[in-house]
Design a protein around this ligand. Structure first.
Ligand code: NAD
Length: 294
């Protein structure tokens, strides 16, 4: 209740300029929903092609809105103009919030986060990590009280839930600002305690293990997907979900969870997700995963 009250006090005033670091599947989506709610966004990547991909995704989603007459072409242009793409760090100085959405690798994330603290001195900093403990990532920071997790789900523009993670040293003020930002997006924040995988990925990882086990026992991909989606009313089964997430990201997450919970989240001997990731068949983003995507 106290947090909701504090978040309300920040709403609409404090977070107006947002930095998003990493313009991949998640970063592109986060930039789009943030700009769509009237905030300005600096979208940074180290890779020109990645940046272009993030922007083209926003373009596609907005074009669909125009097609459905939910937005005018002028509104579409205004939203796109609020996203400033960059390969450099300079435009981050005046941001109020920076969200890190680079690869799920603790070493890369620690380096990026430490840089952000210098580049965006007035911002609260958040990680979109799926599985890495926020308190662990905070160790690379001088001001860990300004840091928390803001974990979106994929596809960002469709999924209403966002986990907001309180690390050991996250201040109440930081948490309240993060919650107010999620509210501003029209999404549903759930504040969760810090541990590897938080809440959702602690449920999802064993599901993927069960899918892998079924496959190695001779199960058929399409049948498993059909049963799990029709049986539960979910939009897709595990194989397609893994393709949407990205097999590289999923393989990293499984490693993190196996290390954090060695008794419960084993690393399977035959790991089809890792096999596909090793082949660089990352799913939807490369055109081939468990399925072929045109
Ligand atoms: P992705 O591979 O699609 O994109 C990562 C992007 O980060 C790439 O464009 C890459 O060029 C860029 N990058 C790498 N190092 C960088 C650096 N030092 N500075 C700036 N950019 C850099 O990955 P993704 O699926 O968008 O995942 C990003 C994060 O979001 C990961 O932590 C992942 O666990 C998390 N996440 C992913 C999903 C999902 O379904 N894919 C869901 C929730 C959270």
């Amino acid at each position: 209740k106290k947090l909701a009250k504090q978040a309300k006090a920040y709403s609409d005033s404090d977070i107006n300029e947002v930095g998003v670091i990493g313009a991949g599947i998640m970063g592109g989506g986060i930039a789009y929903v943030t700009a769509d709610r009237g905030m300005s966004v600096v979208l940074k990547d180290i890779n020109k092609a990645g940046l272009a991909l993030g922007l083209s995704e926003a373009n596609k989603l907005l074009a669909k809105q125009v097609e459905k007459r939910r937005k005018t072409p002028i509104e579409m242009g205004n939203t796109l103009n609020r996203i400033v793409p960059t390969l450099h760090n300079a435009p981050l100085a005046s941001t109020d919030l920076v969200i890190e959405a680079v690869v799920e690798n603790p070493v890369v994330k620690a380096k990026v986060l430490a840089e952000l603290e210098e580049l965006a001195p007035n911002a609260i900093i958040a990680s979109n990590t799926s599985t890495l403990e926020i308190s662990g990532l905070a160790k690379s920071l001088k001001r860990p009280e300004n840091f928390c997790g803001i974990h979106f789900f994929n596809p960002v523009h469709k999924m209403p839930l966002v986990e907001v993670i309180k690390g050991e040293k996250t201040s109440d003020e930081t948490l309240a600002k993060a919650v107010s930002y999620v509210n501003k997006l029209g999404k549903t924040p759930i504040v969760v305690n810090d541990c590897a995988g938080f809440l959702v990925n602690r449920c999802l990882t064993p599901y993927f293990h069960a899918f892998n086990q079924l496959m190695t026992d001779g199960g058929q991909l399409a049948v498993i997907d059909k049963v799990m989606s029709k049986g539960f009313g979910w939009p897709m089964g595990p194989a397609l979900l893994l393709d949407v997430i990205g097999l590289d990201t999923a393989a990293h997450c499984i490693d993190v969870m196996a290390e954090a919970f060695p008794e419960r989240m084993y690393k399977p001997e035959i790991n089809l997700i890792q096999t596909l990731a090793d082949r660089k068949d990352f799913g939807q983003k490369t055109g081939q995963g468990f399925y072929r995507h045109s």
